[in-house]
Design a protein around this ligand. Structure first.
Ligand SMILES: C[S@@+](CC[C@H](N)C(=O)[O-])C[C@H]1O[C@@H](n2cnc3c(N)ncnc32)[C@H](O)[C@@H]1O
Length: 314
């Protein structure tokens, strides 16, 4: 196994998410530890992709192209989101022993966080992206994928970074995190909230792995998709519409119905001011940042990402 175990890693087992299996039972795929409760079913989603990239789901190929490009770009200059992250950690959690990043993708932020803590653990639910992370963190050459348009992809020039010895990346599910409760001085989850079916449960899990007094850094463009997050679970809709002035909606402009945005809902949840989530954080700082991802050679997506830095009560 190319990844060394760390005492904060937890081997998920089937059940209620509290069990911990043995590191020796962890299955690996292409050198990547697969730390999910049912690795056999999980790996069944990736038949044959190691020899044929086209065996990967199309959405995964598109994500690989977007995020390997972002990794390459970061070697020239970290973007505003990465700079905001490292500035916040330096300011509010210097001398961290352990930083955990959920949804670490190809490891762009893991590399940026490495100098700021004794140890950094990243996990992501996607095996192909985590494999890129493991390789680039080990100092191996990685071959970014470039999407021209539609289903047309090509290889971009290879990239290689220095090996980092204080970072591991594993496959894991943020809704059943592969780390111990309250293990991390800093927990990071960038642009994950709108990628899960239950964002409130996700916040609960992120809080659970944060040490008392630790820092939680969450960002999101709140680009909700009903196919991923059912409308009633999207943060902005947690305030019952019946309580929004003017409901029922007949004749009301839409902006009156959506006045309670996802950022406000996120703060309410983290402060512990909602019956939906039993956590208590102080909001330390928030930001609105421009975030750009190249979708293909002809299209670029521009987002405004909300960043929320909060401290868990000690
Ligand atoms: C929009 S991308 C963001 C990647 C990276 N955090 C960034 O900001 O550049 C969302 C990532 O979340 C991962 N993801 C989705 N659901 C997940 C889950 N339940 N647990 C862990 N990772 C998940 C995807 O595989 C993908 O890498």
């Amino acid at each position: 196994m190319s990844v060394r175990p760390h005492s904060a890693l937890r081997v998920p087992t089937p059940g209620d998410g509290t069990g911990s299996g043995s590191w020796h039972d962890v299955q690996t795929a292409f050198g990547v530890p697969v730390m999910v409760a049912d690795p056999v079913t999980y790996l069944g989603h990736y038949p044959g992709w190691s020899t044929d990239l086209h065996a990967l789901p199309y959405a995964t190929l598109c994500r690989l192209a977007r995020y390997t490009r972002r990794l390459g770009d970061a070697s020239n200059a970290p973007d505003a989101l990465t700079r905001c992250l490292t500035t916040a950690v330096s300011a509010h959690a210097p001398d961290s022993r352990l930083i955990v990043e959920a949804a670490s993708s190809v490891g762009t932020e893991l590399r940026a966080l490495a100098p700021l803590a004794d140890f950094v653990i990243g996990f992501d639910h996607s095996l192909p992206e985590t494999q890129v992370a493991v390789r680039q963190l080990a100092g191996e050459t990685v071959f970014p994928l470039e999407r021209l348009e539609g289903r047309s992809f090509r290889s971009a020039p290879p990239i290689q970074f220095a090996r980092l010895d204080n970072v591991v990346a594993v496959v894991g599910d943020a809704l059943d995190p592969p780390v111990q409760a309250e293990c991390a001085d800093v927990v990071v989850a960038l642009n994950l909230l709108d990628c899960v079916h239950d964002p409130v449960a996700l916040l609960g899990q992120l809080d659970a792995i944060t040490a008392p007094g630790g820092l939680l850094i969450v960002s999101s463009p709140f680009a909700w998709q009903d196919s991923i997050t059912p409308p009633e679970r999207q943060l902005a809709t947690l305030e019952p519409l019946s309580e929004v002035a003017g409901w029922p909606s007949a004749g009301k402009p839409l902006n009156e119905l959506s006045a309670y945005g996802s950022a406000a809902a996120l703060h309410t949840l983290l402060r512990g001011d909602s019956p939906l989530l039993n956590v208590r954080h102080t909001i330390v700082e928030t930001h609105e940042l421009s975030w750009t991802l190249q979708d293909n050679a002809r299209a670029t997506s521009h987002y405004t990402v909300h960043v929320c830095v909060s401290r868990k009560s000690g």
